[in-house]
Design a protein around this ligand. Structure first.
Ligand SMILES: Nc1ncnc2c1ncn2[C@@H]1O[C@H](COP(=O)(O)OP(=O)(O)OP(=O)(O)O)[C@@H](O)[C@H]1O
Ligand SMILES: [Mg+2]
Length: 471
């Protein structure tokens, strides 16, 4: 299936992914540092580099400490799924580098032990941290209708792209139930359907209207419900399928009017049922997660048949989507154990349990669950599996490393990265955010970068010519 060229321009979308990392210090025989103390060490080189713990780095992405002690990396604006996957992976490498520097600084202060950062969404003390997806929308699509149509898809999407979690006894059914393996990390922490708060009520979709672009033309959809992905194929399916859903809604393609009666309950029900068959109450009747996802996949196939594929990986996304649903339907997960996060993890944990005759509530199983998300090369379990070839890659191995030093080439991030590089070369103080660029000593010449698809800026060139001449 080819890419329909006439559609290429109209269908471009900006994607961004925010990842919050879990933090731990492990120091055998001594008191471990608190998360606050660890992140202070971790961000020391960041503060030295950018005079703040909230910076835009060389590749146009944002690295910062939000409330709490979870370092966050928000990818630069990306317009292809490959760019997004690479930019997100670059965040892990940047943080790995910061871990190494922090451990050196700690050692110099006489503090031993190792720092662990995790790409997961829940810690043992019961707090949760996010993996927020951002999708650029054209404002002409009615937002309420769009979010309503999206909720049943998002509620059931975890059976495709959940990261898998060993849930402790007493989690489900609420207040009872034994320890078991669930599809999602995040499901038990979701507290709201569509809401304007990200942290207080932890919704499925956050409606705060902050487009980071021309507000008369665009909106930014902020999806809060997802688990942090590890496998590149899981990223592809997560963003690729969601993008297809958005395209169908935007095109007015009929999706049927399924409305989930209690989204927060449905998210939990689905997460705790690996058969995908639990009945979810809809406003009219009910449906299982499998039925919902089969319906959306069927619609997506019909849509692509009618409209053509809008990028080169559409067919791959549809195939993987179908493969996961078939695996859940047949309960034979082997075909997806090399690409889909929850299935990869479940296989490892099941093998380990069988080898050592352990129940799901064994602390050793919980420990292995955590180790799966450790980002350090050679130690994190997921990374070891990928290194061994048990987990398949999608991008060339050096794509992440390349994305540390360079912005995604097709978006405004390139302008930002270039601006940062030029200001730093000249030793000039600067301040940037998603839509503005300024040199601190020339506040009247702030540049507004409202178009996220703009890859070069004459205004930036003129600014540096002007200040170059003045200086
Ligand atoms: N116009 C846009 N459309 C879609 N995504 C965008 C757009 N502009 C920026 N983004 C992406 O949105 C994300 C913004 O991350 P950031 O952490 O700053 O989130 P926020 O929602 O603005 O704020 P916060 O996390 O502080 O609540 C980034 O991944 C970025 O690439
Ligand atoms: Mg953020």
């Amino acid at each position: 299936m080819g890419v329909a060229p006439a559609d290429a321009e109209r269908s471009r979308r900006i994607f961004g992914l925010e990842t919050e990392y879990g933090v731990q210090h492990w120091n055998p025989g001594a008191r471990p540092l608190s998360a606050e103390e660890v992140v202070r060490y971790l961000f020391r080189p960041v503060v030295e580099w950018g005079r703040s713990s909230n910076v835009f780095v060389r590749n146009g992405s944002r690295l910062y400490l939000d409330v709490g002690s979870h370092p966050e990396y928000a990818t630069a604006e990306c317009s292809t799924l490959e760019e997004l996957i690479a930019s997100d992976a670059a965040g892990d490498l940047i943080l790995q580098d910061l871990i190494a520097q922090a451990e050196d600084h700690m050692a110099a202060d006489g503090i031993g032990g190792r720092i662990y950062l995790y790409r997961n969404n829940a810690d043992s003390s019961g707090s949760s941290y996010g993996s927020h997806e951002n999708y650029l929308l054209r404002r002409r699509t009615e937002y309420r209708r769009l979010t309503e149509a999206l909720v049943p898809f998002l509620v059931s999407r975890q059976i495709l792209v959940g990261a898998g979690r060993v849930v402790p006894a007493g989690t489900w059914p609420e207040g009872s139930g034994t320890a078991h393996f669930a599809f999602s990390q995040r499901a038990d922490f979701v507290q709201d359907g569509v809401s304007s708060s990200t942290t207080r009520s932890r919704p499925i979709i956050n409606t705060r209207d902050e487009p980071h672009a021309d507000a008369s033309e665009y909106r930014r959809l902020h999806v809060i419900v997802g688990d942090t992905s590890l496998s590149e194929h899981t990223h592809l399916l997560r963003f690729g399928a969601t993008d297809l859903l958005l395209r169908m809604i935007e095109a007015g393609f009929p999706l049927g009017d399924r409305v989930v009666a209690q989204p927060t309950r449905a998210v939990r029900q689905i997460s705790h049922d690996l058969t995908g068959t639990a009945r979810i109450a809809l406003r009219e009747g009910d449906a299982s997660a499998l039925e919902l996802q089969e319906h959306y996949l069927g619609r997506a196939r019909a849509f692509v048949d009618r409209e053509g594929a809008h990028h080169e990986r559409v067919e791959e996304i549809l195939e993987l989507w179908g493969a996961v649903l078939e695996a859940v339907r047949s309960q034979d997960f082997t075909p997806i154990e090399d690409r889909i996060d929850w299935a990869i993890k479940r296989r490892v944990l099941e093998d380990y349990r069988a080898r050592h005759d352990l129940a799901w509530d064994s602390p050793r199983v919980a420990q292995l669950d955590l180790a799966f998300h450790d980002i350090t090369e050679g130690r994190g379990l997921f990374r070891i599996l990928r290194e061994r070839g048990t987990v398949r890659r999608l991008l060339p191995e050096d794509a992440a490393r390349d994305a540390v030093g360079a912005a995604p080439p097709t978006t405004r991030a390139r302008v930002r990265a270039d601006f940062i590089a030029r200001a730093r070369e000249r030793g000039m103080d600067y301040a940037v955010d998603w839509t503005t660029l300024k040199l601190t000593d020339h506040p009247l010449h702030a540049i507004s970068a409202k178009d996220p698809f703009e890859t070069s800026s004459a205004a930036v060139d003129r600014l540096f010519e002007r200040v170059g001449a003045a200086g």
